[in-house]
Design a binder for this molecule. Structure first.
Ligand code: AQP
Length: 330
């Protein structure tokens, strides 16, 4: 089985964007690939976090993956916490020493997250190298991701190729991003030019997987559209309407064409109502499952198994890399 790997930062409550670009893809491919699904808590502290909230978010993220359909019982499903495996940070240091500072400061996400901020952490610059080590430690072939992380997966490819060439052997598998055709960039509901994010400052901008029915309806009904008055899929000229069509399409399983057809004869209010109804139905069902998973106590068992397995695999890779660069006594 080829390997697939992804992680979702526990930097806040998960959004429907995280579901579309991340979790739903894991669910789609989980029977086909040896799947490494981790909680990147080390990535989360590139910006300040409340420690208690971080602990809580980590466990809840795992509960939510399972509630959304990730099957922890599959033999090929490995769910673990990044910081419970010290090889991630060790490999990251080696890869940092093979990265150019300039290539890291040119990353879109770094530019966005550091813009107009003073005193941002050095971790915000080196974050994509840690992400490369997350991927390369496990020889992951595919990395399901939204469009926002594509550039980081490309850096992981570059680093793998650079390292293999420099040390004369295929130490690392060259990973590929797996970007969904629909839902690779769910947009902010207030400003559809931007992507929806968990850490958005405007509470109306994102629908969270744990939102109440009232919150979901309010956010979707007030989502920004345009003044054209007709439903059509056109991400450039009608980003708000296209975003609602995309959300409906991902959660219903209908294609964009089928979704557009369903709503094209009506007004925006019908598209919004239809989208809100569907999200309420799906998210309420996730939330019911989530609560029973958190009550059942299975999250710790799943994470213990994942910690053991991921450490075993990562140790082998790290040992080969350590020798290649000349660390220790050989
Ligand atoms: N809006 C989005 N549309 C589609 N996919 C998205 N992803 C994130 N936002 C969208 C995908 O979700 C996965 C997990 O992302 P992450 O948590 O590691 O970090 P992120 O991309 O920085 O996500 P957020 O929500 O924007 O978090 P914050 O606010 O903390 O920065 C990835 O596969 C990502 O592509």
């Amino acid at each position: 089985m080829e390997r697939l790997l992804t992680g979702l930062q526990p930097s806040g409550r998960l959004t429907i964007g995280n579901y579309c670009g991340g979790i739903s893809q894991i669910v789609r491919y989980q029977e086909e690939y040896d799947t490494f699904l981790f909680v990147p808590d080390m990535h989360a502290i590139t910006v300040p976090q409340d420690p208690e909230a971080l602990h809580r978010n980590i466990r809840e993220a795992v509960g939510m993956y399972i509630a959304c359909g990730v099957n922890p019982e599959l033999e090929n499903m490995h769910i673990y916490i990044q910081s419970e495996n010290l090889y991630h940070a060790n490999l990251s240091w080696i890869l940092e020493c093979h990265s150019a500072f300039g290539e890291l400061t040119r990353m879109h996400q770094f530019k966005m997250k550091s813009a107009n901020k003073e005193g941002f952490s050095a971790g915000l610059v080196t974050y994509p190298v840690l992400m490369a080590s997350d991927i390369l430690l496990y020889d992951a072939k595919y990395v399901p991701t939204g469009i926002d992380q594509k550039q980081h997966v490309e850096l992981a490819r570059d680093l793998a190729i650079r390292f293999n060439n420099r040390y004369g052997k295929e130490y690392f598998t060259i990973p590929e991003p797996l970007i969904p055709q629909i839902g690779a960039k769910i947009r902010d509901l207030v400003n559809p030019e931007n992507k929806m994010s968990k850490s958005s400052e405007n509470p109306k901008a994102s629908v969270f997987l744990m939102d109440t029915e009232k919150e979901i309806r309010q956010k979707i009904m007030s989502a920004k559209t345009d003044n054209d008055g007709f439903v059509a899929f056109d991400e450039v000229n009608k980003p708000g309407v296209s975003n609602l069509l995309t959300i409906y399409s991902v959660f219903s399983g209908l294609s964009i064409e089928e979704t557009t057809k369903k709503f094209e004869s009506g007004r925006y209010a019908e598209l919004k109502r239809g989208t809100a109804d569907l999200l309420v139905e799906k998210l309420m069902s996730f939330q019911d499952k989530f609560r029973s998973i958190m009550d059942s106590g299975i999250v710790d068992d799943v994470l213990d198994r994942g910690r053991e397995y991921s450490n075993r695999i990562a140790a082998l890779k790290y040992e080969a890399v350590r020798k290649a660069v000349g660390f220790g006594r050989g």
